[in-house]
Design a binder for this molecule. Structure first.
Ligand code: C2E
Ligand code: CA
Ligand code: CA
Length: 228
């Protein structure tokens, strides 16, 4: 499990991290999750992988909390398949209790597309997790699955702007889209974080728009958990 830091772009402070799976293959070397996750999503094995990653993240947080060391919130991914499983809430809550982790240290990332089917049950599930104190993050926002009207009642604390928003940010029309999207989300009182910040120019523009937090190669790449 690797962790990519999330930073406050104004101060450079690390405000959290995201746990991301890696596969170190004996012959093929490091295999990207983009290559193997679509495969294990088909046969459902992704559920085992998610649980493994959650457990590693909770274990690390619990160990540091118990030792009185500095902790920042870590978010984990919940695959779309998993988000629709009945026992998902129990599983996450149970892990928090087992490892003695305060729920406010754990973010749960569900992709925008995960939110868009079977909405009612999923909304209830996410709301339950929020009631327990976990925060819910909508991942890959803007990739084109949710409708803007859904935003009014979506049970999310954080929205992660998809990396696509930052492509060709020097283009005037793209700037209008980013500025107004960030403005709308701020007005709706959801925390916005930009994904895939790779340049100083992108960072400067986002700050101008009112988006202060980011996750991107310009700051840090995902790194082994110990290094984080
Ligand atoms: P994601 O959840 O959107 O995670 C962010 C991805 O963007 C990571 O790719 C990260 O390395 C990459 N990234 C971050 N900053 C930059 C940047 O500045 N430029 C570029 N080009 N890329 C950046 P990664 O680690 O390859 O993961 C890809 C996807 O695989 C993740 O996208 C997520 O959907 C999935 N994934 C990874 N780990 C897990 C897991 O444990 N469970 C589940 N269900 N999905 C996972
Ligand atoms: Ca994610
Ligand atoms: Ca994402």
């Amino acid at each position: 499990v690797y962790i990519q830091p999330k930073v406050n772009m104004e101060t450079g402070a690390i405000i959290g991290g995201e746990a991301l799976i890696r596969w170190r293959h004996p012959e093929l070397g490091m295999i990207s999750p983009m290559d193997f996750i679509p495969v294990i999503e088909k046969d459902g094995f992704i559920i085992n992988v998610d649980v493994y990653v959650w457990n590693e993240a909770f274990k690390m947080l619990g160990r540091r909390q118990a030792a009185g060391k500095k902790v920042v919130p870590i978010s984990v991914n919940i695959s779309r398949l998993h988000a629709h499983q009945d026992d998902m809430v129990k599983c996450i809550r149970g892990m928090g209790i087992e490892h003695g982790v305060s729920p406010d240290l754990v973010g749960l990332e569900v992709t925008e597309s995960g939110f868009s089917n079977n909405t009612t049950v999923l909304f209830e599930r996410m709301q339950q997790l929020r009631d327990f104190g976990f925060s819910v993050h909508m991942d890959d926002f803007g990739k084109g699955h949710s409708t803007l009207t859904m935003l009014k009642n979506e049970p999310v604390d954080v929205i992660k702007l998809d990396r696509d928003f930052l492509r060709q940010i020097e283009n005037a029309k793209n700037q209008v889209v980013v500025r107004n999207t960030v403005g709308m989300l701020n007005a709706l009182d959801v925390h916005v974080i930009a994904e895939g910040v790779e340049t100083q120019e992108q960072a400067d523009f986002l700050i101008q728009c009112g988006c202060y937090d980011a996750q991107g190669f310009y700051y840090y790449r995902p790194m082994p958990m110990e290094e984080f």
